[in-house]
Ligand binder design. Structure first.
Ligand code: GDP
Length: 458
C-alpha cells in the first residue's frame, strides 16, 4: 500500500470559476446552510429553548407535542415538555449515517439551519465537542435567574468553557440568548448587567469581536421573543431588537468552498444495489457522475458512478453537501474506510503523519500534557493514534500571544502550539485551507481532553 502525497500531475483539469458558475446555476436561489451549535451551562434552558423554537416553527406535529405534554404532566415534569422535542427528533433522525448528536433542521427567512444539539450535562460534553468541530456559529444560552447566571459563569461552570471551546475551533459569531428573563420580571437592569459581564469576558478573554456578538432577551419556556416579536409589555417597553430567530437569520453564512480542489470525507462504506458505495460529505469543490477521484491515503484513482443527495436536489454534489456516492473501479473494498478521503487526482490532499497545531486543553484533562503523551485524535470521521512530539509554546487564551516558549508541560485550561505525530500517514489539511479537515479533538481514556486546529502540515 502506497501512502505518500502524490505529486500533482497536470493542472489543466481544475476550473474554480466553472465550479462556481455551476454552483450558482444549480443552487444560486437556494438558502445558505448554517451549522449551529447550542452551548451553555447545564439547565440554562438550551433544550427547552430550541425545542420551543422548533414547535413555534411548526416542525413538531401537534399530535407529538400533545403526547409530550401528556407524558411530561404524568411524570410531574411538565417544565421539560419542550426539551423532549429534541430527544424525539434526534432519535428519528439517527437512521442511516451514524450521528452522535441529535440533529434537526429549521428554516429562517434567508437560511437553512442545521441544529447540532448540545446536551448540557457533563456526560455529554464529548458529544458537544463533536458538534463544536462542525459548528459555523453558536448560540450561547445563559440563565438570567438571580444566582444562576453567576453559577454558570464562575470557574467550574460551563459558560466560559464552552465559549472558549467554540472560539478556539474557529467560531467567530455568537448569539447570546439571555434566557429565563421571565424569572426576573423582564428586568432591563439584569439583562444589561449580564450583557456587560459577558461582553467583557467574550471580548477580552475569549477573543470574540464585539460587533459579532448579539444579545437577545428571551424565555424559552414561555416562548417569548423566539420566533415572533414578544407581546410581553415588560420586555417590549425597553427592548426593540431582534428575536432569536431574526438574530440567527442575520448571521453571516460560512463560505462554501466550491471553487477549491475536491475533498470528500468518508464516514460510511457499504455495498449498495449499485455496487461499492460510500457515505460522506463534500468538504470542498464539486463532484459529478463520471468524475475520476483519488482514494487517499492509498492513492488509487476510481470513477464516480452515481451520486445520491440528501434532499434529492440533482446529481452534482457541492461543498457542504452530505452525499452517497457509488464508485466504479475499486480494486479492493478495504482501501475505503471511515476517515479516508476522495479527492481531485490532480490536486490531492496532503498525506502526512506530522503536523503543528494550536490546541486548547480542557478541565477534564487530569494529567498534564507532556512530550511523548499519546492519545486518540478525532478529525472529522478519522480516529487515529497521535503522540505529542514537541510543546512549542504556551499561548494567551484570548489574544493568542506567546506567554512561554518550550513549556515542560501543559496544564488543563491552557492554549498552546504543539507538534503532533500520528502512528501512520493520514489525510489532513491546514485549518486556513479546509476548516473541516483542519480541526480535531484529542481524547484519552475515553475523555476529550483537548481540541485544536492544524496550523502547519509537515
Ligand atoms: P438544558 O440543560 O440547558 O438543556 O436545560 P433544559 O431545557 O432542560 O431546562 C432546564 C430547566 O429550566 C427546566 O426545568 C426548564 O423548564 C427550565 N426553563 C428553561 N427555560 C426556561 C425559561 O425561559 N424560563 C423559566 N422560568 N424556566 C425555564
Amino acid at each position: 500500500v502506497k501512502q505518500e502525497t502524490p505529486k500533482p500531475s497536470k493542472k489543466k483539469d481544475f476550473k474554480p470559476d466553472l465550479a462556481l458558475s455551476e454552483y450558482t446555476k444549480e443552487r444560486g436561489s437556494s438558502k445558505d446552510l448554517l451549522n449551529l451549535l447550542v452551548i451553555g451551562h447545564v439547565d440554562a434552558g438550551k433544550s427547552t429553548l430550541m425545542g420551543h423554537v422548533l414547535f413555534q416553527l411548526g416542525q413538531v406535529p401537534k399530535k407529538a407535542m400533545h403526547k409530550f405534554e401528556q407524558e411530561s404532566k404524568k411524570l410531574g415534569k411538565q417544565s421539560f415538555m419542550y426539551a423532549w422535542v429534541l430527544d424525539e427528533t434526534g432519535e428519528e433522525r439517527s437512521r442511516g449515517i451514524t450521528m452522535d448528536i441529535a440533529q434537526s433542521r429549521f428554516e429562517t427567512t434567508n437560511k437553512s439551519i442545521v441544529l447540532l444539539d448540545a446536551p448540557g450535562h457533563k456526560d455529554f460534553i464529548p458529544n458537544m465537542i463533536t458538534g463544536a468541530s462542525q459548528a459555523d456559529v453558536a448560540v450561547l444560552v445563559v440563565d438570567s435567574t438571580k444566582g444562576e447566571f453567576e453559577t454558570g459563569f464562575e470557574s467550574g461552570g460551563q459558560t466560559r468553557e464552552h465559549a472558549l471551546l467554540v472560539r478556539s475551533l474557529g467560531v467567530t459569531q455568537l448569539v447570546v440568548a439571555v434566557n429565563k428573563l421571565d424569572t426576573v420580571g423582564w428586568s432591563k437592569d439584569r439583562f444589561d448587567e449580564i450583557k456587560a459581564r459577558l461582553t467583557t469576558f467574550l471580548v477580552r478573554s475569549a477573543g470574540f469581536r464585539e460587533a459579532e456578538l448579539i444579545f437577545v432577551p428571551c424565555s424559552g419556556l414561555q416562548g417569548e421573543n423566539l420566533t415572533k416579536t414578544s407581546t410581553e409589555t415588560d420586555l417590549t417597553s425597553w427592548y426593540k431588537g431582534p428575536t432569536l430567530l431574526t438574530a440567527i437569520d442575520e448571521l453571516k453564512p460560512p463560505e462554501r468552498p466550491v471553487g477549491r480542489p475536491l475533498r470528500i470525507s468518508i464516514n460510511d462504506v457499504f455495498k449498495g444495489p449499485g455496487g461499492q458505495c460510500i457515505g460522506g460529505r463534500v468538504e470542498t469543490g464539486m463532484v459529478q457522475p463520471g468524475d475520476k477521484v483519488l482514494v487517499q491515503p492509498v492513492g488509487e484513482v476510481v470513477t464516480v458512478k452515481s451520486i445520491t443527495l440528501d434532499d434529492g436536489v440533482g446529481t452534482t454534489a457541492f461543498a457542504g453537501d452530505p452525499a452517497i456516492i457509488a464508485l466504479q473501479g475499486v480494486s479492493d473494498a478495504n482501501i475505503l474506510f471511515t476517515g479516508c478521503l476522495l479527492s481531485d487526482p490532480n490536486y490531492p490532499c496532503r498525506v502526512s503523519s506530522k503536523f503543528q497545531a494550536r490546541v486548547v486543553t480542557f478541565d477534564a484533562m487530569t494529567v498534564p500534557l507532556v512530550k511523548g503523551f499519546t492519545g486518540v485524535m478525532h478529525l472529522g470521521s478519522l480516529q487515529e493514534q497521535v503522540s505529542v512530539r514537541k510543546l512549542i509554546s504556551q499561548l494567551h487564551k484570548g489574544t493568542g500571544e506567546v506567554v512561554k516558549n518550550k513549556p515542560r508541560c501543559l496544564m488543563k485550561n491552557s492554549n498552546a502550539l504543539i507538534q503532533l505525530e500520528c502512528s501512520r500517514p493520514v489525510c489532513i489539511e491546514e485549518f486556513k485551507d479546509v476548516k473541516e479537515l483542519g480541526r480535531f479533538t484529542l481524547r484519552y481514556a475515553g475523555v476529550t481532553i483537548a481540541a485544536g486546529v492544524i496550523t502547519k502540515v509537515m
